[in-house]
Design a protein. Structure first.
Lengths: 518, 518
């Protein structure tokens, strides 16, 4: 649906639709109905799994339940007296499949019902997988509030019947630990916040030209390119991050951005540089370069990063051998079991990185390639024109087209990250723009629509660090999260984001973030 | 010692004194000696209390030890193999007194020794009180680092012999929950960070004209003046904060700023306003006003805030009845067992709040009054001149004198918070200024020096909220903390702060803060 039409509908429906109904859920589930009765959450509310096929051996569900309880009781001492009736004593979770390995495309659908009668009175969650049940627990937690009169956690507007499933299987957020190192604890905080918004892919842009913070055991000098002795991640740290994310239903997509963004690689291995005076891109003429990439992907990454995809970057390089490099490094990744994601703009009118564009060799790409669309052009202009906001200017100047329709028409899968709308480092990109960015814009064929596996908002690290990464990500990333999660977005409209900002604020506060008013 | 001389000495000693010795401790202890040997911290290092009179019934020490272990192992997976020798297996803590109630002037001195021989090899802490032992554990934790080669926590430069005690009994930090509400979790994070820097008084400026966020059971409509339904603290929340702080050796000083900063009080009780059109100051002609103050201090505050002092504000009001009001409200506080702290500038050349100044009625104050010096004058100029930095201008303009010497000469105790140096909301106030601000400046008599009970840095809340309070407090507050804790400050000098910034960064990261480079 065209953006203009969506905006129009959004404004037309205000006051008459669900948006006016003050349902404080974010992202809005696919289907919601509710009543008017108040319930009280029992102080020692329990979880049961009666009817589940899933055994929770890894304690994914039990831990998630405890986190939900901790979250709703975090900021106030709950010291009221439970009344004798209308007390919700338990959440029963029925998971229909035993699997507990998170994988791309895992079924995240769920049903959540909160009745007003029953003895004992309990909420019921039903999901195909444990990862659907995690999403249901996020939704349940959002229904619960501390009440300053009863001093209890309450749940209003029961009974509730909610059914939900994500619109896209890939709902990503990029973090960048090369431009500023982020302590492990900070990364975990970002993962927590992603789970609140039901984002499910942490795209970890690990290394770049500025620093190489991660340990690569097969090439142990690579992390000599870290900023300092302590700004590094061991392999065990990376495993810790991946496990932490998986327990929250978040996949970790590892990226090594080659060959263009790799100057830091040569600090430990100078022969990866074409010469002492030319340190970028990687020397694509040497076998050693491919040996190192092979070592990273086989010996090290594939033991840690079990996600279906690996991201090989591939942007912003101008070398005649570029095409050969991309295709050869893709083959290496495929040989280690990965599907590949690469950055691709559509075209580059300024011909700076002409070789990189999808237009120039899209037909040569392996069908396992996922095209990550980011619009080189505006980036180019920003580089040349300083801090001037040029997104719109660029659009007008050359009539920039969307990449996604061309990519899916060619049969490739696609992730949308158009920088004018979904780059979080563009501080002038408004939440309305994040909310209204439509990944399927211009794609009408149902089969082609399915090739758009999702979208990703990008928190590039040049201008942020541990002190402000959360405040810069939220609430705008949450606006995109609803766009990616909720298919009937249009009936809510942009005003809902305002109505619901309290939730975002509430959740973000838990991860030590206060949000700008929207 | 004059500021100029201290700065001069500071620069003279660089390169030759302890500052060049790279001792990564902050605040620097009073006495430190060390060797050159590396030790390894056993992965399951334990705590013992052999020889202690103190029983740790409240688990103050055990919890502090666990926090210390969590802190030093927070950001990396410790998965190395303990070597067979040089492994520190235990910290033995000897506390000589059984008391576990935190009070003003509690003995915080400690000795810490880390030997290089012994079987088992253990560190020894000796302290008069459990609160001295807490300080020792902070110091011990700062000696420990994750090593990327051994994958263990290591402790360098052993053996260590450290003796330490604070220079001032009152080392404060003000937070302001009236201008921006701060969630309980955020306040707890600030308390954690205070403990890292050995600050020991959280001055909680709870209410002000903008909002009244705290519950007062005896006057239950007072918190109608909160910003919103959810931006409130229950009494139980306040108790939770006080207990959390006390377990970390931090006292909580409660402030109600009367009569001038109290417009929010009248939202619930309009009769506290002089009239509907004049909502400030409190109506000092009504008995009801004093009944409310009495209710707050007796029925509610004195059950929660057990610190010796209560802060009654008293600044920025211009009423003829001001003097009577201050003296009467002081009497109420004293009747409930409190000593009183009030804000007092020295004088006000612009005659806006002439009545408030110490000069005008300092001789009438109860001897239990502590004078909290903050310089009205520069504040006045800033209000009238917008964001212009006027501290220096004001000094030059009228030759502003220090208040503290006059206050202690009159026999009153004093807390130093001169806003040009120690107001954290003055973003242009540099860390060097924080570091070099000398609370005893101009006071040469030993007895008079003892009347300066300490200093306080002030994080006023107009321009900060939960998203940036930590980043605005640190590292500058830590510079003041060393000035307040370390008596032989002059031999370290300003460069040491640079040398030690890594510690600050390291510690601040634990509370999710990255610091600006210094």
């Amino acid at each position: 649906m065209a953006l203009a039409l969506r905006l129009l509908l959004a404004f037309l429906v205000i006051g008459s639709c669900i948006a006016a109904d003050n349902i404080d859920l974010w992202p809005m589930p696919q289907s919601v109905s509710h009543g008017t009765q108040k319930l009280y959450i029992k102080k020692d509310i329990t979880m049961s799994m009666v009817g589940s096929t899933y055994s929770d051996e890894k304690s994914i569900l039990k831990d998630a339940f405890q986190r939900m309880v901790d979250l709703i009781t975090l900021n106030h001492v709950v010291d009221g007296i439970n009344p004798s009736s209308s007390v919700l004593t338990c959440v029963n979770i029925v998971v229909h499949t035993p699997e507990d390995e998170l994988s791309f495309g895992a079924d995240e659908s769920y049903n959540l019902t909160v009745p007003t009668t029953g003895d004992p009175l309990y909420a019921q969650i039903e999901a195909q997988t444990v990862f659907g049940a995690l999403q249901a627990l996020q939704t349940f937690g959002q229904l619960c509030y501390f009440d300053f009169t009863s001093r209890l956690i309450e749940l209003n507007s029961a009974p509730w019947i909610i059914t939900d499933r994500p619109r896209f299987p890939y709902r990503g957020l990029l973090i960048d630990t090369a431009r500023h190192y982020l302590p492990v604890k900070i990364i975990k905080g970002v993962i927590d916040a992603m789970a609140y918004s039901k984002l499910n892919v942490l795209h970890w842009h690990i290394v770049d030209e500025q620093s190489f913070p991660i340990e690569i055991p097969s090439y142990p000098k690579l992390w000599n390119g870290s900023y300092s002795y302590s700004e590094r991640y061991t392999m065990s740290d990376a495993i810790d991050i991946v496990r932490y994310a998986e327990k929250r239903g978040v996949n970790v997509l590892a990226e090594i951005d080659v060959p263009g963004h790799a100057r830091s690689w040569g600090v430990g291995y100078p022969s990866l540089w074409p010469s002492e005076s030319c340190r970028e891109p990687l020397d694509v003429s040497k076998n050693f370069t491919f040996e190192v990439i092979d070592g990273i992907l086989s010996g090290d990454f594939s033991k840690i990063f079990k996600f279906k995809f690996v991201h090989l970057g591939g942007d912003e390089v101008n070398t005649n051998a570029y095409r050969d490099f991309v295709l050869r490094s893709q083959k290496i990744a495929i040989s280690h079991g990965y599907d590949i994601i690469n950055w691709y703009p559509l075209f580059d009118n300024f011909a700076r990185f002409q070789e990189e564009t999808f237009n120039s060799f899209g037909d040569k790409l392996d069908p396992k390639t996922v095209v990550h669309n980011w619009y080189l052009l505006t980036f180019y202009l920003i580089y040349d024109m300083g801090k001037l906001t040029v997104s719109n200017f660029a659009h007008k100047l050359i009539g920039l087209e969307d990449v996604a329709p061309k990519v899916v028409a060619a049969g490739h899968r696609c992730i949308v990250s158009n920088q004018d709308k979904w780059y979080l480092d563009h501080l002038d990109a408004s939440w309305e723009g994040f909310y209204m960015n439509e990944p399927l814009k211009g794609i009408n064929d149902t089969k082609q629509q399915q090739l758009v596996i999702g979208g990703e908002v990008c928190m590039w690290g040049e201008e942020i660090d541990a002190s402000d990464i959360q405040q810069t990500i939220w609430p705008r990333a949450a606006a995109a999260a609803e766009a990616e999660f909720t298919s009937n977005l249009v009936i809510y409209g942009s005003m809902k984001f305002v109505c619901h900002s309290q939730i975002l604020i509430c959740h973000a506060k838990e991860c030590m973030v206060a949000l700008p008013s929207v």
